[in-house]
Ligand binder design. Structure first.
Ligand SMILES: Nc1ncnc2c1ncn2[C@@H]1O[C@H](COP(=O)(O)OP(=O)(O)OP(=O)(O)O)[C@@H](O)[C@H]1O
Ligand SMILES: [Mg+2]
Length: 430
């Protein structure tokens, strides 16, 4: 069918034509916004899930909700080895700019901007990982945060990120309280924050929630994010409300396909939807990828199961490059060896995974979902001592390709990654 009218949108952070299966999260966030704006105690929110389940898209949808309620909002994507100061300053600058036109006292806004600038200028001059140590002014001032007021002194500029963040958040929340709303900071890829920044962020959220100040952080990250947070502050478990973002159930996955098609007067035969669900396993990225390829291959409405079968190889080829391959390429040869061993072991023979096994079927059909693998088994399979594999494992975790959910095990962050690797000829891999 006409590719120009193809509604599906596979791609990182791509807004889907239909945000399916997230009504619960959206409704819960409405309540959070309302409570925080009224000074009620509320926990900051953290969304966790595998690659491609729709964390970024949901984060953006929550941000739109906050904007709809006239909150000030800003968004950051954390990067490994990057300090939080500069991106956070930019995000809060954006948030306060949104609030400023409704504020009755421009001086208060300027005052806050002065504090924000002071906070930003404590960043390391290169934008690197370490905070500024208050070195020579010419070094610190080479980078400018683009704020047109002089930097304040004595607030949010101690150089200790934990102290500074509490002060900065408190002041930002006050500006929002003046206009009767709040500030929401959206933090994607939160697991990539450095330990000092994670610790400071937890401390700041803790402080703010105690005082009922209207500022919340909404984070998103990989499944081990709760572990990263609780390693920084033991109270983080009570501080954040964790929401696991998962693959879509059958009803939501169908809705993600059917609703956008209906808007183009295109229908699916029920068997086509069976085939698409079997193939995608309900993972949003795959729903979009297979939906898109199927649309392009189908000669006419209604779309049939045969159309799905014909389209499958081209969708898989595209996923191999865009979804799997781009990530695999980031691994070194030693790390690839590790991933290969994991893939073989994760195919597993366990039947404990029966609940999801039926939803994860490749072109061959019926293979079980990738399971967590004990690191000891990987060492055994590779004929190595476990300790000698730690660097590869740690680096793969840092690159966001695997995570350690339970002690002593690792799992892929990318759904169907094991199956993809098992389908690759070994010589292209090592
Ligand atoms: N609720 C949904 N319904 C339908 N499609 C969705 C939904 N959520 C996300 N998608 C689609 O899934 C794909 C991946 O979404 P997104 O980039 O938000 O995932 P992610 O969890 O942030 O992945 P990553 O961990 O790689 O950053 C996009 O193509 C998006 O359009
Ligand atoms: Mg994302």
């Amino acid at each position: 069918m006409d590719p120009v009218r193809n509604p599906y949108a596979p791609g990182a952070g791509q807004r889907p034509p239909e945000l399916a299966g997230r009504d619960r999260e959206l409704a819960a966030f409405e309540v959070v916004l309302e409570r925080v704006a009224r000074g009620r105690p509320e926990r900051s929110l953290v969304l966790t899930g595998l690659r491609g389940v729709g964390k970024t898209v949901l984060l953006n949808a929550l941000r739109s909700q906050a904007i709809g309620r006239l909150w000030g909002t800003g968004k950051i994507e954390a990067r490994p080895d990057q300090s939080l100061r500069r991106p956070l300053s930019a995000a809060l600058h954006m948030a306060v700019r949104e609030l400023a036109p409704r504020h009755r006292a421009p001086d208060r806004i300027d005052e806050f901007l002065g504090v924000l600038k002071a906070f930003a200028l404590r960043a390391a001059p290169s934008g690197g990982g370490r905070p500024g140590k208050g070195g020579p002014a010419k070094l610190r001032d080479r980078w400018q945060p683009g704020i047109d007021v002089p930097a304040a002194t004595g607030r949010a500029d101690s150089g200790d990120i934990e102290i500074d963040l509490v002060e900065l958040f408190t002041d930002a929340a006050e500006v929002a309280a003046d206009v009767g709303t709040g500030v929401a900071v959206f933090l994607d890829e939160m697991q990539d924050l450095g330990p000092d920044d994670v610790s400071a962020l937890c401390a700041a959220c803790h402080e703010l929630s105690q005082s009922g100040a209207p500022l919340i952080v909404v984070g998103a990250g990989l499944p081990h994010l709760p572990a990263v947070l609780s390693a920084a502050k033991s109270y983080s478990e009570r501080l954040f409300s964790y929401q696991r973002i998962d693959k879509l159930d059958r009803i939501a996955a169908d809705q993600a396909l059917v609703a956008p098609a209906a808007r183009e007067d295109v229908e699916y035969e029920p068997k086509a939807l069976d085939a698409l669900f079997e193939t995608s396993g309900g993972y949003p990225y795959f729903v979009q990828a297979y939906g898109k390829a199927t649309w392009d291959h189908a000669p006419r409405s209604p779309i049939t199961a045969a159309d799905v079968r014909v389209a499958r190889p081209s969708a898989e080829a595209e996923l191999a490059v865009g979804f799997f391959g781009s990530r695999y390429e980031r691994a070194t040869p030693a790390e690839r060896e590790y991933l290969r061993a994991m893939a073989e072991l994760s195919a597993g023979s366990s039947s404990s995974d029966g609940a999801v096994a039926g939803t994860v079927a490749g072109s061959g059909g019926g293979s079980p979902a990738d399971q967590a693998v004990p690191t000891a088994d990987i060492a055994r399979a590779l004929g190595r001592r476990p300790a000698s594999l730690s660097p590869a494992r740690d680096s793969l975790i840092k690159k966001g390709l695997i995570y350690s959910g339970e002690r002593g095990t690792v799992a892929f962050t990318v759904p169907h990654f094991g199956r993809y690797l098992r389908g690759q000829p070994t010589d292209t891999v090592l």
